[in-house]
Design a protein around this ligand. Structure first.
Ligand code: ADP
Ligand code: MG
Length: 261
């Protein structure tokens, strides 16, 4: 089943008199349980595409279906419930609330779920902080955590609402490569264990190499619907030859407290 479907999606922005065509005629099907990378250079439309899938913004034309629901004609306000329960976000800059602890940051989006009791909420927070390997850091504020740990909090926050789709806009861009690979591996493990769909943008080829499916976007258009395994391998080898032996072993082996369903 497709969890996300885009049909002939266009997105224009107005900049004064000028019209910027950020996306042109995007048609894309994303299967439930995908681990999909959207690759493309800066300005190619990756964030715009993720914002449309995340119902933060609406297309200028075309249709978008999320989990079977046509969201194209609706305003971001109409879609707030779908967004809160179906979609989790991870950002390049982590976007944690600085005055809240790790635990409180993960709990925050759950406060709007009136059906959860306080105990259920706290249990859920503890469960997801454990999944991302941060059980010992629940009371730390963001400025008392490393970049990689902050991104783990953001992952726990995105998962705690039991989202079916996690959207991550360049999730490793502010992390060193080793930490970035650790974060990607964690996302991949969660994808494997929970079947959560992950859609992430990147221009880091190491991140692309870890995707199960890779699409390329250039100047607002899908340049390649599906980069094949052979093409991906060729890409990795080419990059490795130009930048030394960077196919290093898996980073951050200390990883998680143990992922369990
Ligand atoms: P990427 O995430 O791949 O770097 P973006 O989706 O942010 O690309 O941007 C795609 C294009 O749309 C760029 O040309 C960018 O300048 C333009 N753009 C993005 N957001 C806006 C906006 N709010 N107003 C005007 N132009 C925008
Ligand atoms: Mg962007």
């Amino acid at each position: 089943m497709s969890i996300v479907r885009l049909e002939h999606v266009f997105k224009d922005y107005s900049l004064g008199e000028q019209k910027v065509q950020a996306l042109m005629d995007i048609t894309l099907n994303i299967e439930d349980g995908a681990f999909l990378a959207i690759a493309g250079p800066s300005g190619s439309g990756k964030s715009t595409l993720l914002n449309l899938i995340g119902c933060i913004d609406t297309p200028s034309s075309g249709k978008i279906f999320i989990n079977g629901q046509d969201v194209s004609g609706q305003t971001p306000d109409d879609l707030s419930d779908l967004r809160a329960r179906t979609i989790g976000f991870i950002f390049q800059t982590f976007n944690l609330l600085p005055v809240l602890s790790a635990e409180e940051n993960v709990e925050y989006p759950l406060l709007q779920f009136k059906e959860l009791s306080g105990t259920e909420r706290r249990n859920r927070v503890a469960k997801y902080l454990s999944i991302v390997g941060l059980s010992k850091f629940t009371n730390h504020r963001p400025n008392q955590l490393s970049g990689g740990q902050r991104q783990r909090v953001a992952i726990a926050r995105a998962l705690a609402t039991q989202s079916k789709i996690v959207l991550a806009d360049e999730p490793t861009a502010n992390l060193d490569h080793k930490t970035g690979e650790g974060i990607l591996q964690l996302m991949k493990d969660i994808n494997g264990n929970f079947k959560t769909t992950f859609i992430f943008s990147t221009h880091d080829w190491r991140v692309m190499a870890m995707a199960n499916r890779l699409v390329r976007i250039e100047d607002g258009q899908l340049a390649t619907q599906d980069v094949t395994e052979e093409e991906k391998l060729a890409m990795v080898i080419e990059r490795r030859n130009t930048s030394g032996n960077v196919l290093s072993q898996r980073a951050d082996q200390s990883g998680t407290d143990g992922i369990q369903m």
